[in-house]
Design a protein around this ligand. Structure first.
Ligand code: PMP
Length: 379
């Protein structure tokens, strides 16, 4: 043993010592909680999916799963009308978003003199998915955070150019569409013009696209530098199994393939995702239900005086009425067994993000909000 007093942190790289981990929403085991904090689907996977997964729990658990997700990629290729070489599957789309930093971004510390600074730049709008800054920091990239307009729109091309905040040469650009946590949808027209100007890779993170009026999947085939990210977690009720995928040019997909673990996607997840694609009408019905519930709930919230941003996703980003802060509303809901998301360290900590659950879930949420309204607004 060395005489030197090592506090433990001496073994940790300085970059890692400075990191703050991504904070996921609470996964509480508390009974009777109405869980509206992590944008999960309130409806179960289809019977077909559950049956296939149960049937797959047998002797094959001893074996490694298909390392390349062949059957799933073929089914996804058919679903999107692309080639299977255009698809990579990941352990949730989060894994792929992280792999993209490895494949496309040069860490600042390893950049040689002649390599341009832009090769280390990761760019994204703020607010958007709070994982991007974490991934950028882990990778030792240069972050370029570009503010959205006051009403959370993408600034016009002219504005982006004139304010020179936007970097056309960034190695990697993430765009969440529809955006989270705002729920705002972007048109494929504006996304197309944004992608057209980029020299580096653009990832269109469409985790919530199935709840939106349009999506930008066609851009994955129209542009060599665009990857579209999708997940089975939200519209396909499969968070537990961690399945996400990217669609894009085969050369980008091959690069990502080189930096992933060999068995990155678990076997039961592959079975479940494949069966999901065979029960699409069941999921479409649930998506329609969620959209209807969202729109009715938004109207009710507005009638209570909440500022509700228009949403194209399975959640609403809302500002409570009156002078009581959002944290107190969050805690008041928690006491009434309704769990929503409040982002403490964000410039938008005056808002709550409420996931759309079943009609019954939302009735309970509304009852709790009405009680809080009479408590907070009448005192
Ligand atoms: N992108 C966005 C915008 C998200 O909100 C989420 C869920 N937190 C993900 C990607 C990741 O989804 P998953 O890893 O479950 O596929």
């Amino acid at each position: 043993m060395s005489k030197h007093a090592n506090t433990g942190s001496d073994w940790v790289r300085p970059l890692v010592q400075r990191l703050r981990p991504y904070e996921p929403g609470e996964q509480s085991k508390e009974k009777g909680l109405v869980k509206l904090n992590t944008n999960e689907n309130p409806y179960p996977p289809s019977d077909r999916v559950l049956k296939a997964m149960k049937a797959a729990v047998d002797d094959r658990l001893r074996l490694y799963p298909d390392p390349c997700c062949h059957s799933l990629k073929e089914a996804l290729a058919g679903f999107h009308g692309v080639q299977s070489e255009q698809i990579i599957v990941g352990n949730g789309s989060d894994e792929l978003l992280a792999l993209a930093t490895r494949a496309f971004v040069e860490p600042q510390s390893s950049r040689q003199g002649h390599v341009q600074k832009n090769r280390s730049v990761i760019q994204y709008f703020v607010p958007s998915y709070s994982l991007y800054p974490v991934l950028s920091e882990i990778h030792g990239a240069i972050r370029n955070e570009v503010p959205l307009t006051k009403d959370f729109a993408i600034p016009s091309a002219r504005k982006l150019k004139s304010e020179s905040r936007w970097n056309n040469g960034a190695a990697l650009t993430y765009v969440t569409t529809p955006n989270a946590p705002t729920g705002r949808g972007y048109t494929s027209r504006e996304l197309r013009s944004l992608c057209r100007g980029q020299q580096g890779v653009v990832i269109l993170d469409e985790a919530y696209a199935d709840f939106a009026e349009e999506n930008a999947m066609s851009l994955a085939s129209d542009f060599k530098n665009v990857l579209v990210s999708r997940t089975f977690s939200k519209s396909y009720a499969l968070c537990f199994q961690r399945i996400g995928y990217f669609v894009g040019h085969p050369s980008l997909v091959r690069a990502l393939d080189c930096v992933r673990d060999s068995y990155n996607v678990n076997g039961l997840g592959q079975v479940a995702a494949l069966e999901t694609l065979k029960s699409l009408s069941y999921y479409r019905k649930n998506i329609t239900r969620i959209i209807k519930t969202r729109d009715t709930f938004a109207l009710r919230l507005r009638s209570l005086g909440f500022d509700v941003l228009p949403s194209q996703a399975n959640f609403l980003f809302v500002k409570p009425p009156g002078s009581v802060d959002a944290k107190t509303w969050f805690e008041g809901l928690r006491e009434r067994k309704v769990l929503v998301r409040w982002f403490a360290d964000s410039p938008h900590s005056d808002r709550l993000r409420i996931t759309i659950g079943t009609r019954d879930n939302m009735r309970q949420c509304m009852n709790a909000l009405q009680t809080l309204c009479s408590q907070f607004l009448c005192s």
